[in-house]
Design a protein around this ligand. Sequence first.
Ligand code: NAP
Length: 470
Amino acid sequence: MWPSGMALRVAVIGSGPAGVYATEALTRQGGVAVDVFDALPCPFGLVRYGVAPDHPKIRSITGSLHAVLDHPDVRFLGNVQAGVDLTLEDLHRHYDAVLVANGAAEDRRLGIPGEDLAGSFSATDLVAWYNGHPDAPIDQFTLRARTVIVVGMGNVAIDVARMLARPAADLRRTDLPAHVLRVFERSEVQDVHVVARRGPAQAKFTTKELRELGDLTDVDVLVDAQDLALDEAAQAMASRHPSVRRNLDVLHDWAQRTPHGRSRRLHLHFWLRPVRALGKDRVSGVEWERMRVDDMADAEPTGNLIRQDAQMLVRAIGYHGKALPGLPFDETTGTIPNAAGRVLRDGIPSHGEYVAGWIKRGPTGVIGTNRRDANETVAALLADAAELPPAPVRDPDAILELLARRGVRAVSWSGWNAIDLAETDLGRTHDRPRARISDRAVMLRASQGTNPDLGEGRSDNPDLLRPQEV
Ligand code: NAP
């Protein structure tokens, strides 16, 4: 039985929206102490490293996530990788419950010949790079490609296509790391082709994101009206779902427009399945097979092959979760098996182990979806609380001592705030709202507010910042 008067101690793994919303629900009524771990030195997960830099409004959700972590019953412990720096066993020794919300960090693969040629990338890598993710190689992208093909028609594909087509002058207003901004300024991209294997009624993007493509400066959006012809299944979807109708209206509008002869073009194609990436050492194009709708309203191949030249290929076909050593994992869905957030071990709910977010339900939904999802998980956890065996180690400092003994430099909440300040200072010196620090070692140094290098003018200190940062 849970001893009364003792705070429940919960470890939350991951400080993206799911982890933070779970923390908010856990701390709402008091009596729960939460340690939030993140593998990165900074919090907010995909809000920081997934949301496109030219979407400041979505990014501003960081403010409310910050407020949750800035709570007296919450400790942030960044730069700690669960499963590596701390095993599941360690977590169970120090916490009464473990709630995993570490997202879906892996990308899905097309499984076509040529996918691994130079010039072929995952959107996960491209997004990580332009967002200054510390694990992204800084020189991975050069954007020396006139034509880019983006496979997939979800919001990530739209984000990537918009970023590639957007004039660099617009990007100066964002918090892009300086080395990334420089690459965008020298970008040779003229044509971006976004390609779906099914029809416009089945596209996964949301209307707001789609419409935004039409607002880009000096960019023509091109759609072939023939791709928009609706079969019976698509007509039924359009009549059932207003969002599908709205998407079709936007696409029809573009299909009817005469191109303005602008500097860059964004082409949206439907009904094309990638067969293989062309090229010997580097991507030189993609071979597609045209698809059509079968009797079951699924796309079926027609045998009709076409080729498209391109110097860069980006697959934006969804994310996939990663196993956490010690917990069960479903390789097919990329999720941890669970019932309403309770981890299932051999089909039986494991009290004391919970999941929230993409690792619970798969990589779907917008940021707000994670609040409902996390609330469901926390309701299960709190319902179980009375039956949870208390963790044997109850001293909150013990976990910090364990990490220190293992040589892990955990970044505290104040450490993150120091990094945050260093980034805004760095931006100011370059006349921008913020410039991200993308080097983990530099982030760790910036996290130590006592570092004399963090005084005035620190952002120009060559020792503190890589030359590429400025
Ligand atoms: P997604 O919405 O699942 O879209 C994946 C796309 O890839 C679909 O068009 C899918 O086509 C296609 N695809 C999958 N496998 C393929 C294959 N083998 N060959 C060709 N195409 C393939 O995934 P996402 O774009 O990664 O987005 C993940 C989640 O994050 C979504 O819920 C999204 O809304 C959200 N998100 C939101 C925003 C925003 O709100 N601004 C921004 C980014 C992401 P089929 O439909 O035919 O399978």
